[in-house]
Design a protein around this ligand. Structure first.
Ligand code: NDP
Length: 296
C-alpha cells in the first residue's frame, strides 16, 4: 500500500502520516515546501501521482483560523484555491493510477446553522462564503461516473487536538483565565477528536463499502457554552466572561465572525451505520486527552 496525502504536513495531515507510519503503510506528502517523502503540486501536474499509489487523501488548505490574516479578497481566493484546485488536481491525477480510494475533507459549514438536525443525506443550498466553498470543494472531488475508485468526502467539524486547529488558538487565553463562551454560547459546536478523524480517514481507505459523504463529527451534540465549560474544567481555570459579539465584529471580518457565532447540529448517521468505532464520544474525555490529562 502507498498513500498520497495532499496537505500531509499540516495539523491533520501530520497525524494521518503518523498513523500510516505506525501501521507500516508507506506514504508521499504533497507540499509547497521540499522535504523527505514529499513532492510538490507542480510535480503532481507534471509527472502525476507515484506509480505505486493505492489511495489518495486531500487535507490541504490555507488556514482560515489564522488571526494574523486579514480576510481580503486575495486571501479568500487563496482559501478557495488551496482547497478546490488541489482537490481538482488530485481528482485528475488519480484516474491514471491503480488507486482504489480517494478521500477528501470538507467542512460542516456545508450545512446552514439553525435548529435542524443534519445527517449526511441532508441537502443544503449555498448560503454564504464558507458554504459555497464547501460545495465547490466537494464538487472538485467528484470522479468520472465510470471510475471504479471509491470517492469519500469527510465533512469535518472542529478538530480537537493538541498540536493545531482551534485548541492551539484558545489554549493561552484559557490558560490565563481569559477564556469564555463566544457571545451567548448557545451556538452548536460540531466537534471531533483528531484521533477519531484520522481513524475515519483510514477506515474510509480500508473499508471497501465506504463511499460518499461522511459527517466527521462526534455523535455527542454540544454547544459552544458546553465546550467552554468542559475545556475550562480540565484546564482548571475559570471561563465565565463571554467574548462579546460587538468585540468580535469590531476586529474581525464578518465571515470570520460567523464561524465563531454560528454552528450546526450535525449527526454522523452514516458513520455510525458503517460501524465506525469512535474513541472519543464525550467532550470531557476529548478535552482531557487534548490537554494531557487522561480523565476517562
Ligand atoms: P493546517 O493549516 O495545519 O494545514 C494545512 C495544510 O495545507 C498544510 O499541510 C499546508 O501544506 C497546506 N496548505 C496551506 N496553504 C496552502 C496553499 N495555499 N496551497 C496548497 N496547500 C496549502 O490545517 P489543518 O490540518 O487544520 O486542516 C486541513 C484541512 O482540513 C483544511 O482544508 C481545513 O479547512 C480542513 N478542516 C480543518 C478543520 C479543523 O478544525 N482543523 C475542520 C474542518 C475542516 P504546505 O505548507 O506543506 O504546503
Amino acid at each position: 500500500k502507498h498513500v498520497v496525502i495532499g496537505g500531509g504536513t499540516g495539523f491533520i495531515g501530520t497525524q494521518i502520516v503518523n498513523l500510516l507510519s505506525h501501521k507500516g503503510i508507506s506514504y508521499t506528502c504533497i507540499s509547497r515546501m521540499p522535504g523527505p517523502n514529499r513532492i510538490s503540486w507542480h510535480d503532481l501536474e507534471c509527472y502525476g501521482l507515484p506509480e505505486n499509489t493505492t489511495a489518495v487523501i486531500n487535507v490541504a488548505g490555507q488556514n482560515i483560523l489564522d488571526p494574523k490574516q486579514r480576510w481580503s479578497e486575495g486571501f479568500k481566493q487563496n482559501v478557495i484555491n488551496s482547497r478546490v484546485e488541489t482537490t481538482k488536481s488530485l481528482a485528475k491525477a488519480i484516474i491514471y493510477t491503480k488507486a482504489d480510494a480517494f478521500v477528501t475533507i470538507s467542512g460542516v459549514s456545508y450545512y446552514k446553522p439553525n435548529d435542524k438536525e443534519y445527517t449526511e443525506e441532508s441537502k443544503c443550498e449555498k448560503y454564504d462564503f464558507l458554504s459555497k466553498l464547501c460545495h465547490e470543494w466537494e464538487a472538485a472531488a467528484q470522479l468520472p461516473k465510470d471510475s471504479n475508485i471509491r470517492q469519500t468526502t469527510i465533512r469535518s467539524g472542529v478538530v480537537l487536538g493538541k498540536t493545531g486547529g482551534m485548541i492551539k488558538q484558545i489554549y493561552l487565553p484559557f490558560f490565563f483565565g481569559l477564556g469564555g463562551p463566544i457571545a451567548n454560547g448557545n451556538q452548536y459546536m460540531p466537534w471531533i477528536h483528531i484521533s477519531d478523524l484520522v481513524n475515519l480517514f483510514l477506515f474510509s481507505i480500508e473499508n471497501k463499502t465506504v463511499h460518499g459523504i461522511l459527517n466527521g463529527v462526534a455523535p455527542q451534540i454540544i454547544t459552544n457554552k458546553e465546550f467552554t465549560k468542559a475545556f475550562a474544567s480540565v484546564m482548571q481555570r475559570p471561563a465565565f466572561i463571554p467574548v462579546p459579539r460587538i468585540f468580535l465584529n469590531s476586529i474581525f471580518n464578518k465571515e470570520r465572525v460567523k464561524i465563531m457565532l454560528e454552528g450546526q447540529k450535525v449527526i454522523p448517521k452514516r458513520v455510525k451505520e458503517l460501524g465506525f468505532q469512535y474513541q472519543y464520544v464525550d467532550i470531557n474525555c476529548a478535552c482531557a486527552e487534548v490537554i494531557g490529562k487522561n480523565k476517562l
